[in-house]
Design a protein around this ligand. Structure first.
Ligand code: DGL
Length: 283
């Protein structure tokens, strides 16, 4: 059985992290799970995010993964500890994106970090907690931007609507020198962020740092992510045709045929090609 690295996100966004991983470690096999049928997660309550994330990591472990990277900032901030306690073992590991993002920001800042993310990410203050472990003098301003992920999901990142929304959220920051894009969807809005922030502000997409940290971790723990053939499988709980088409913008390359998963009896089951769509469980 192959042993791919599991990469999990609420939807498309984590493909921006997978893109960096495949650049950094092209020899590994990857299995991406985008829970796009139930995205966005960012406005959901904590219990629902815990439930969805348990289902997603269980699916990935069942598919043979030994290491899972939770690419989604919302899940990393809200559920990572829980998932690590529940599923982490000598054979299985779960990693997140918040610590690499905090480390990258502290390394670059001249004293004031801005962080933009989903409502649930910002309400958790996990990013602030991780920065505080590294520095107690750095100032941190966190701003929730609930409209941005849906705009990107819709494919509207190059529109006036996207620019106006980014502008409105940026107006809530005052004097930051480093702005962390704390949601995997926002790299698609990087141009708008760069154009609309003053030139002295460093807009930081943590994905390259996340990939670099994963590379370093894997060097210490090679058994969790053995060398493969560079293969990629993709699972989605949403419309698989749309996921393949739309996902290419996030991954920067064509996706393979996307396999459908759906919630059945509280678990995310793999639905064989041609099976009747079950519809999503509404919460
Ligand atoms: N991918 C999620 C994150 O990184 C954002 C999208 C969502 O709300 O589901 O936070």
């Amino acid at each position: 059985m192959s042993c791919p690295v599991g990469v999990y996100d609420s939807g498309y966004g984590g493909l921006t992290v997978l893109r960096q991983l495949r650049k950094t470690l092209p020899e590994l096999d990857y299995l991406y799970l985008g829970d796009s049928g139930r995205a966005p997660y960012g406005g959901r309550d904590v219990d629902t995010i815990l439930d969805f994330s348990e289902q997603c990591v269980e699916r990935l472990f069942a598919e043979g993964c030994r290491a899972i990277l939770v690419a989604c900032h919302t899940v990393s901030c809200v559920a990572l500890r829980h998932l690590q306690h529940r599923y982490g073992s000598a054979e299985r590991r779960i990693l997140g994106v918040t610590i690499p993002a905090a480390e990258a920001a502290v390394q670059r800042t001249r004293g004031h970090i801005g962080f933009v993310g989903t409502a649930r990410t910002v309400a958790s203050h996990t990013f602030r907690t991780e920065v505080r472990k590294l520095s107690d003098s750095v100032q941190i301003t966190e701003v929730a931007a609930p409209l941005l992920a849906p705009i990107v999901e819709e494919g509207w990142e190059d529109t006036e609507i996207a620019r106006l929304a980014v502008q409105r959220y940026l107006a809530k920051f005052d004097g930051v020198d480093t702005l962390v894009l704390g949601c995997t969807h926002y790299p698609l809005l990087e141009r708008a962020f760069n154009e609309l922030t003053p030139p002295e502000v460093n807009v930081l997409n943590p994905a390259p740092e996340v990939a670099e940290r994963f590379r370093a971790w894997r060097e210490r723990h090679p058994g969790f992510a053995p060398v493969g053939t560079g293969s990629l499988r993709v699972l989605s709980s949403g419309d698989v045709t749309r996921f393949a088409t739309h996902g290419a913008r996030f991954l920067g390359e064509a996706l393979p045929a996307v396999e459908h998963i759906a919630e059945q009896n509280g678990r995310l089951a793999l639905c064989p090609e041609g099976s009747e769509p079950t519809g999503q469980v509404v919460r």
